[in-house]
Design a protein around this ligand. Structure first.
Ligand SMILES: [Zn+2]
Length: 390
């Protein structure tokens, strides 16, 4: 149930929310997001999400899916797909959208249009109101619009407190540009069909550590591997029986094997706390709420393993197992770091290689073969070891 029906449940902008209780849904007409219907379940998922950019992502998605004929309906399934890190359009693209928007919203060529900055946020995909000002100044510098700064206004009688407005007028040059863009986009007023492509854009959250972002975006390869956990039984847990089981054999079959393979091949990085979707058979609905969806992966984080002993304890456990099962002299070859991403804590193991020194996990020899880890025995292992180092 929604507690406040006076604000948009996604972005908190003042508006009226209609409770469609017969359908367990809400009908919202938000000045920022636009019109949409959202189910109770989807709203719960949104409220529980740890994604730092969740308002930006969902509000922008709704705005991009406005159509005169129907309004987007957000179910749990839909919410799961749109709760991904926010991808802001490039500044140039934002400028184009803003010019198209102004052009289609002035009543006559010499008229001035006036709009609350907050309502424009999700139209152009800016992260905050400063971002809109930035883009508007660009359009002004280019000579496409004239604007009298950003006034503080109480013109909108329903609004309390007053809001910042963009007041803009198109120039003759702006109209030319507008007509040109309109014809090249087939007359569409906004780029509403643009899909949110993860790989082509930059994330806009400051909290994100660039290295981890890069590692996640690159995906798995011969030198990058994702693991759901070190010792925690992820599968059992996510199936919903509530089991929080710590099991050393999971590390031996997973992270430890990969460490040895990286040591024996070209080195690499293991990111702990990320699960490949295809490795999960069944996830309980409640548990899905704890995951952040990310393309073919789920971010789970390592909180379950660090909650008791902290990061230091977690690192110590990894080092102990390496000493016990691989070798004692690996200190300089394996670095252990932690990073936060989308509200999830991840552990990054960076493994270097040493030329012509071989490592074993409890006597077994592993190497990297593409993005797989394989065991080599007998002649295969001997041949591998006699190769000329790259
Ligand atoms: Zn809204």
């Amino acid at each position: 149930m929604l507690e406040n029906t006076q604000v948009c449940p996604i972005c908190n902008t003042t508006t009226n929310v209609e409770d469609l209780s017969d359908r367990d849904s809400y009908n919202v007409n938000c000045p920022r997001c636009g019109k949409y219907i959202i189910t109770d379940g989807a709203l719960t998922m949104f409220q529980r999400s740890q994604l730092v950019t969740k308002i930006l992502s969902v509000s922008y998605w709704i705005r991009q899916h406005q159509s005169p004929k129907s309004k987007p309906s957000i179910t749990i399934d839909r919410m799961r797909k749109i709760l991904i890190p926010f991808i802001s359009p490039k500044p140039k693209e934002q400028a184009d959208i803003l010019l198209l928007w102004i052009g289609s919203n002035v009543e006559k060529p010499d008229a001035e249009t006036s709009v609350p900055l907050s309502s424009l946020l999700s139209v152009i995909g800016a992260v905050d109101e400063k971002g809109i000002q930035y883009v508007a100044y660009y359009l002004k510098d280019k000579g496409y619009i004239k604007h009298s700064g950003f006034s503080y206004s109480v013109q909108d009688g329903r609004r309390n407190p007053p809001v910042d407005l963009l007041r803009a007028q198109m120039t003759f040059k702006g109209w030319e540009k507008y007509e040109l863009m309109k014809s090249s986009t087939g007359g569409k007023q906004t780029v509403s069909s643009r899909s949110i492509e993860l790989k082509d854009h930059k994330f806009f959250t400051e909290e994100i550590n660039i290295e981890i972002e890069d590692l996640i975006k690159r995906g798995e390869s011969d030198r990058i591997e994702y693991k759901g956990s070190f010792c925690f039984n992820v599968n059992k847990y996510l199936m919903g029986n509530g089991t929080e089981e710590i099991d050393g054999t999971i590390a031996l079959k997973g992270v430890m094997k990969t460490i040895v393979a990286f040591l024996n091949t070209n080195g690499g990085k293991i990111i702990v706390g990320i699960i490949e979707k295809r490795h999960l058979s069944k996830i309980h609905d409640d548990k899905l709420l704890e995951l952040v969806e990310f393309g073919d992966y789920y971010l789970l984080g390592i909180e379950k393993e660090t909650v008791k002993a902290g990061r230091d304890g977690f690192e110590l456990k990894i080092r102990d197992m390496i000493q016990e099962h691989i070798a004692k002299d690996l200190i300089g070859l394996i670095k252990i770091n932690f990073a936060e991403y989308c509200g999830k804590e991840l552990c990054i193991l960076s493994i270097s290689m040493r030329v012509n020194v071989w490592y074993y996990l409890d006597g077994k020899f592993y190497v990297r073969d593409g993005n797989r880890t394989i065991e080599l025995t007998g002649n295969d292992a001997d041949n591998y070891k006699s190769r000329i180092p790259l």
